[in-house]
Design a protein around this ligand. Sequence first.
Ligand SMILES: [Zn+2]
Length: 307
Amino acid sequence: MQIFDAHCDMLLKLWENPKIDVFKDDRLHVNISSLKKGNKSIQCFAIFVPENIPFSQRLSVAQQQINIFYQKILHQFPEIKLLKSKADLEDLKEGETGAILTLEGCDAIGDQIANLELLYELGIRSVGLTWNYANLVADGVLEKRNAGLTNFGREVILFLNRQQMWTDLSHASERSFWEALDLADFPITTHSNVYQLCSHVRNLKDEQIVALFRKKGVIGVTFVPFFTSDQSKPTIATLIKHVDYLCSLGGENQIGFGSDFDGIDETIVGLENYSCYEELANELLRHYSDTQVKKFLYRNLVDYLPF
Ligand SMILES: [Zn+2]
């Protein structure tokens, strides 16, 4: 079974806990042994710099996490391949796993496109404009003033368009979302659910979903319990309601998954770690055809890779 997971925070966890064994450690939701089971699966690895890191150190922390990715993952496991181009994807062989580096929030780049260029050179191929708060690019979803893009933010999106990278609008304030959607050639929300089903501020309202679909963008349905249900203890069946809803808005070819594994403390019942994707696939197959399930789990995101 091939899985394309558009968001995990494994690198953050490894950066915070240097002693974790990347191959197999109970503290990890995603580990290398479970990743390797999915033949030619693709995992996105986010670089995330926590809010408490002083501005002057944020780029350095991003680089430290990228270093962890190279040293502890790529160098130790030659069967994990960094995907920087379509050719890299086509070169994946049986038994290999593709890895995509992503940036969650532009805080690390300050106000310098050169910093973004550097991260691009190191392999980053998808960029979230913000985390929950404001930075020099845009406002995040918890920033009460709900402002949109800065002039620099517009420059950032034009850069992403030129380099054929995803502009990730998960975490963006509503105004940032609309302004960025207008400008971005390859908009995506890698880990957000449906607001109509769960009224969390991180989720997408119907107008946003429809507009994103109209721009050919993909929504990564996420396993964060409190983005999945207003009630406690959501299950896989609760999560699938988000898939059903997105399909009802015409998204059959624009739904993927972005687990947020290793970025969450609580998990959906039945989706405790990466290996549970199998259960999700089985449950999806009770509602959808084999072809549809393959699209949701893998194909839609692959088809939307801009590079
Ligand atoms: Zn996130």
